[in-house]
Each structure stands twice: as C-alpha cells, then as structure tokens.
Design a protein around this ligand. Structure first.
Ligand code: ZN
Length: 129
C-alpha cells in the first residue's frame, strides 16, 4: 500500500484515501470489484474523479460535551470504566470529487459546506517517507 500521488494513497481491496479539509481527516472510497459500495474512478492519481458522491456520517462532541469531558478528565476520571455519555451531535460530509477538486454539498455540517476546494496534499503522517 503506497502513496500514489501528492494527494492520494491506495489501501487494500482497491481502496483510495484522500485528506478531507472539511473533516480534517482521511476519507476512503473503494473502486473495482468486490463488496459494495464501490465507486467509479477515472484512474487519474493527480486529478481523480469519483462517482457517485461520497457521504460520510459520524458524530462529534458538542462544546458542552467537550467541556463535560474536560471537567471529568480534570477530576481524574472518577468512575472510569462505567458507561458515560457526553453530549454529541451527528456530522455529515457529502461531496463530489471531480478533477482533483472536492465540491462540498450544502448538507455538510462542517465549515466548508457549499464550497469547492482542491484536494489538499496528504498530511505528513499519511505520506511515504
Ligand atoms: Zn469530509
């Protein structure tokens, strides 16, 4: 598994990863044959196009959740090991990747919703030496 270009890595089972500046993390799609879902890829490592759109759902802590977590940490994690929930909210990242650019749709919950940006270079930790 290796870096294919400045912006793309491949991973096992025909996976491709790129860095999402909206989520500040990596997203992965799979192309070719195998267990669905699979995306179409134009084969270009510098200006990739994927279809259909990429939808990533997750959760993140709200400001209240982070504050509660920090208070718990500062208190030395009392009751560690028991089920504990922090206030969180669902996140959505929905994009079209076309010619090396990411078009974020308006249903994204991050700050790049509605914008189109170049796929950034892979962060250092995701680059080959
Ligand atoms: Zn994203």
């Amino acid at each position: 598994m290796a870096q294919l270009s400045k912006i793309l890595r491949n991973v096992e089972d025909c996976g491709l990863m790129f860095y999402c500046p909206g989520c500040k993390g990596m997203h992965m799609i799979k192309h070719g044959a195998g267990q669905r879902p699979r995306w179409q890829w134009n084969g270009n490592v510098d200006k990739p196009t994927f279809s259909p759109s990429i939808l990533v759902r997750g959760t993140k802590m709200t400001e209240k959740g982070k504050a509660d977590y920090n208070a718990w940490r500062d208190a030395g994690f009392p009751g560690l090991g028991h089920e504990r929930q922090f206030d969180s909210m669902p996140t959505v990242c929905h994009s079209f990747v076309t010619d090396g650019r990411i078009q974020f749709l308006s249903d994204c919950t991050h700050e790049l919703a509605g914008q189109t940006v170049d796929i950034p270079e892979l962060p250092e930790w995701a680059q080959d030496e």
